[in-house]
Design a protein around this ligand. Structure first.
Ligand code: NAD
Length: 309
């Protein structure tokens, strides 16, 4: 049994912490939201009064927080000053590469070097359903020698763990992956809208493209046109799934990273612009495949009068 401090118990962290408790570990949970903390307690975790109290005696600290500023603040103010010597620190949030590298440096350089902390950035793919089911894919940035210990901790939450490289590489892999996802989803949505306007049966188009060079994960696992893929959010009015606002956040991270290192990512930039537009039109809470409505001429999602007021 490992003593795990789990900080950030939202859509993702809630399910992940529950899986650690289910695996027989002692989970000391903390979230600023009392409701999220209550849910974790119902799932077998113990409530801590603060992040500092949660990490005090923990062998492992897992964070699942919204963005880079939250991770930086929780590490600087709560985790690093209070964690036990030798603790394994794993941040699973999706954040900017620079913040991940800065936190890794803070954790492993003086004045904390003598505490012997090990750090990994380990963002995930698989959504809230994967968090719940313990089937997330983890992309890990860490010192190679630390990987076996990290894999052992991640096991109850994962179906795959891949080391991307050194600190920050996990976040780099995550934003590159999601830039592909954002762009292929938009291309897939455009193609369905065009097929419809050309009088081609969209279900027949799916059948053909899924066996042709237009095939992609966005088409065959997450089809934006309702029908062909029963589990896709398109079949439940684009509710649940991976919110447009979250996709937009990841595309912004990719563009910021590209600007910093001078990479040309014109399709990524277009994808960010289109998701920003769809978000402004009221689609932010909908699954990101709902952007098909933009191309079918069904946006704005939000009532125009409400948007103007
Ligand atoms: P969420 O908003 O549901 O959960 C975040 C939780 O962090 C909230 O409960 C919030 O109260 C808590 N929190 C914020 N600041 C805190 C602090 N200082 N101390 C303690 N708790 C604090 O978000 P989520 O959907 O669970 O996403 C978490 C991370 O996972 C994000 O970085 C997101 O990009 C990433 N992610 C999400 C998905 C998804 O499908 N939702 C998929 C992959 C990755």
């Amino acid at each position: 049994m490992t003593r795990i401090a789990f900080i950030g118990l939202g859509n993702m962290g809630g399910g992940m912490a529950a899986n650690q408790a289910r695996a027989g570990h002692e989970v000391l949970a903390f979230d600023l939201s009392a409701a999220a903390l209550q849910k974790a307690v119902a799932a077998g975790c113990a409530a801590a009064g603060s992040a500092a109290a949660a990490v005090k005696d923990a062998d492992v600290v897992i964070t699942m927080l919204p963005a880079g500023q939250h991770v930086r603040a929780v590490y600087a103010n709560e985790i690093l000053p209070n964690a036990k010597a030798g603790a394994l620190l794993i941040d699973c949030s999706t954040i900017d590469v620079e913040s991940a590298r800065a936190v890794a440096k803070d954790a492993t350089a003086p004045p904390y070097k003598e505490r012997g902390f090990r750090f990994a950035d380990a963002p995930v793919s698989g959504g809230a359903a994967g968090a719940e089911a313990g089937t997330l894919a983890f992309m890990v940035g860490c010192v190679e020698a630390d990987l076996p210990a990290i894999e052992a901790v991640i096991a109850p939450m994962s179906r795959a763990t891949i080391r991307a490289g050194d600190h920050g590489a996990g976040q780099a892999a995550k934003i590159c992956n999601n830039m592909v996802l954002g762009a292929t989803m938009i291309a897939t949505c455009e193609a369905f809208a065009l097929a419809e306007k050309l009088g081609l049966d969209p279900e027949r188009f799916f059948e053909i493209a899924s066996k042709s060079s237009g095939q992609s994960w966005s088409l065959t696992s997450y089809c934006p046109w309702p029908g062909p893929v029963p589990a896709a959010p398109s079949n439940r009015d684009y509710e649940g799934g991976f919110a447009t606002a979250m996709m937009l956040k990841d595309l912004k991270l990719a563009q910021e990273a590209a600007a910093r290192c001078g990479a040309a990512t014109p399709l990524g930039a277009q994808a960010e612009g289109l998701y920003a537009l769809f978000d402004q039109l009221g689609g932010g809470a909908k699954d990101f495949s709902a952007i098909i409505e933009l191309f079918r001429g069904n946006a704005p999602v939000r009532d125009a009068a409400a948007a103007a007021s």
